[in-house]
Write a protein that binds this ligand. Structure first.
Ligand code: GDP
Ligand code: MG
Length: 381
């Protein structure tokens, strides 16, 4: 095949994956330097030349649909809601907090209290006026532990703008709290942090010592002259949640989050399911462009034509904009959580699917060959 994943190109050229990744970074393909990144024919040819090969490209077989390059300057693009993920140690109250936020927002919504689990929900920002530049709503993702997140992370796709680190006021910093702190320190992408000191309703709550412990971990809290906000909340009683939403809105406003609405659609599948009467359904987080009823879409090897879209409260929508998570039906096959969603013409998508399937078969065959070789080697040893 003339278009391949990074891992497969390494195998075809018989070079170590690490060696190829290093070379990719050196020639400026940093964000593409992932084992499962699908290389365009141009990049594959360029890299093959780097290793002394003389590649011939079959344009027809190499055809695919690629994510649009993000614009350098988004200053004239429309604002978008922030994407927020809640993280923290087990039992510190992530699920409770999400449930309370979700039910409060659904009660205000139009679907009449039916909370459906689609991997995301949207909370309106109460204080926004017509001329405000802050976001009108906040999109919460509630799938951080799910397959979608590891798949997106492996691809270097950072969908989260703000992480809410939940720390129980009666328990303090625990191993998974530390993991999140380490992740934030490692992260070179621009993710903001908001600390939610939770379970503030408990008599044993000691928020001040939690704050001191966070400072000791290098989290520069506003209370101590830093720039990271900490909000006292109770996911159980709902106390402090309006302040949390307000704080997230302020952080988002400072970030001035924008996305292009014209041009190609780019999104990620958060969850996918086969539902009675609807067939294959996927929650798609739109990152760029605007998805419409009737759009032809592709995700992995799943083609689709958007038949129906609903927002997290179950209300049908005609147009899905960046920052929105919507449930899309009209897929011919079930897309995978974590996969990219792109749009295109019906014929381009058909061609891309055929090529992706072919590459998938070639890759599976290559894996089989390797497994057989490995088995033979072990027999010999
Ligand atoms: P998760 O593991 O982080 O998702 O934590 P859960 O949301 O499942 O909560 C763990 C336990 O803490 C449950 O028994 C909750 O009822 C309790 N809990 C969560 N939030 C609060 C809170 O704000 N106050 C009190 N008192 N208990 C809470
Ligand atoms: Mg939980």
């Amino acid at each position: 095949p003339s278009t391949v994943t990074v891992a497969m190109l390494a195998r075809v050229m018989n070079v170590k994956l690490a060696q190829l990744l290093t070379r990719m970074r050196r020639v400026g393909l940093e964000s593409e330097a992932n084992y499962d990144y699908i290389l365009s024919a141009d990049y594959a040819a360029l890299l093959a030349e780097e290793f002394g090969f003389n590649p011939v490209v079959d344009d027809e077989a190499a055809f695919d649909i690629y994510p649009p390059k993000p614009l350098d300057d988004l200053s004239t693009s429309p604002s978008r809601p922030p994407i927020v993920t809640i993280m923290g140690h087990v039992d510190h109250g992530k699920t409770t907090l999400l449930d309370t936020l979700r039910s409060a927002s659904v009660a205000k919504g139009e679907a009449g209290g039916i909370t459906q689990h689609i991997g995301a929900f949207s909370v309106p920002v109460a204080s926004q006026t017509a001329d405000s530049t802050g976001p009108r709503s906040i999109t919460f993702l509630d799938t951080p532990g799910h397959a979608a997140f590891s798949a997106m992370r492996a691809r270097g796709a950072n969908v989260t703008d703000i992480i809410v680190l939940v720390v129980a006021a009666d328990d303090g910093i625990m191993p998974q709290t530390k993991e999140v702190i380490d992740l934030l320190k490692r992260d070179d992408s621009q993710v903001d942090l908001v600390v939610a000191i939770n379970k503030i309703d408990k008599p044993s709550a000691d928020p001040d010592s939690v704050k001191k412990a966070l400072m000791a971990e290098g989290i520069q809290l506003e209370d101590f002259g830093g720039d990271i906000p900490a909000v006292h909340v109770s996911g159980l009683t709902g106390k402090g949640l309006p302040e949390l939403v307000e704080t997230l809105s302020t952080v988002a406003e400072v970030r001035d989050l924008r996305a292009e609405q014209d041009g190609p659609v780019f999104g990620h599948v958060l969850e996918s399911n086969v539902l009675k009467g609807l067939g294959s359904v996927a929650t798609v987080l739109i990152r760029q462009g605007c998805l419409k009823i009737g759009s032809h879409i592709i995700s992995g090897t799943a083609p689709g034509k958007v038949r129906r879209m609903t927002d997290p409260s179950g209300k049908p929508v005609q147009v899905a904009l960046p920052g929105m998570a919507i449930t899309v039906s009209g897929w011919k096959t079930l897309p995978k959580a974590g996969d990219e969603v792109l749009d295109g013409s019906e014929s381009d998508i058909k061609k891309a699917i055929a090529n992706r399937l072919r590459r998938g078969v070639a890759e599976a065959l290559q894996e089989d060959v390797e497994a057989i070789n490995e088995a033979r080697k072990q027999e010999r040893d």
